[in-house]
Design a protein around this ligand. Structure first.
Ligand code: 2AM
Ligand code: CA
Ligand code: CA
Ligand code: CA
Length: 261
């Protein structure tokens, strides 16, 4: 846990330095699917640290493994032993626009189950962390999900996949269905931080389609340790190979799913 925190904080320092120079933005699949030289540097830095200190652990990371068509299926056969799941910058579009809402997300897995989660926003110096059965923290303070009892009191978030960026997408319809039922819906642009915000009570719930393991591996542990619930659209415990994720403070979970599906 302490090593993971050290690597993530150092990567955050690197990002803050590299941000001062041109970002060298490149398109991946389309104009909303972007990567910068800073994403690449952050990823290489994290991979190098882990390879040096833990040479027998496996690593899955967005900019190295994300090109594969089957990348969201990669964890369908759980990998044994210890492994690291890395998003070197979650919220790249925010990062490119100097909108201070992005994070480094690092999850540690053991025999197919998430064990440790670290999500760090280097601009605000907010570090969310959790270890299975050890509670969840924002910097040194314990965090807990919000107390909202009814969907009408819920502040929710969701997000677009890059490939989903078109007017009649499913998520636009879902937001429409939430109108008048939930208090409001936000699109903040960094899934790892959305999960941490549900964990610390700033959001009551979050749903998203088409996420990848590196978007959520760390946030899952943090949210579960903070008393939240994370499932797929059928209400079954979320697996990293699932395409739809529904997260909440637990209390509103059923109501949230019933409006979404
Ligand atoms: P990213 O910034 O690391 O790409 C936005 O709703 C969330 O979805 C972010 O966490 C973003 O992660 C992720 N996301 C959006 N489009 C994506 C894509 N094409 N591939 C991978 N992740 C994506
Ligand atoms: Ca990306
Ligand atoms: Ca991401
Ligand atoms: Ca990313």
């Amino acid at each position: 846990m302490q090593d993971a925190i050290r690597y993530v904080k150092a990567a955050g320092g690197l990002i803050m330095e590299l941000m001062k120079k041109p970002l060298q933005i490149q398109e991946k699949k389309n104009q909303s699917d972007l990567v910068t030289r800073v994403d690449m540097h952050s990823e290489h830095f994290l991979r190098d640290q882990i390879c040096r200190d833990y040479p027998d652990h496996w690593i899955l990371s967005e900019e190295t493994d994300g090109g594969r068509e089957d990348s969201h299926m990669m964890l369908q056969e759980p990998r044994q032993g210890y492994g690291w799941i890395i998003d070197p910058i979650d919220g790249t579009i925010n990062f490119i626009h100097h909108l201070s809402h992005f994070a480094i997300s690092v999850g540690v897995m053991k025999d197919g189950c998430p064990l440790i989660g670290i999500v760090y926003n280097p601009v605000t110096d907010e570090l969310y962390s959790a270890r299975k059965h050890g509670g969840a923290f924002l910097n040194d303070d314990p965090i807990h999900v919000g107390q909202e009892q009814d969907i009408c009191e819920a502040l929710l978030a969701t997000g677009f996949q890059a490939k989903d960026w078109k007017p009649n997408s499913v998520v636009v319809e879902q937001i429409g269905r939430m109108t008048g039922k939930a208090r409001s819906v936000r699109i903040l642009g960094a899934a790892s931080l959305d999960l941490c915000l549900v964990a610390s009570g700033g959001l009551t719930g979050f749903w998203h389609d088409g996420l990848y393991p590196w978007d959520v591996a760390a946030g899952l542990v943090i949210l579960q340790e903070a008393g939240g619930q994370v499932t797929n659209a059928a209400g079954k415990a979320f697996e990293l190979s699932d395409t739809t994720l529904v997260a909440s403070n637990s209390v509103i979970h059923e109501a949230l799913i019933s409006i979404l599906v």
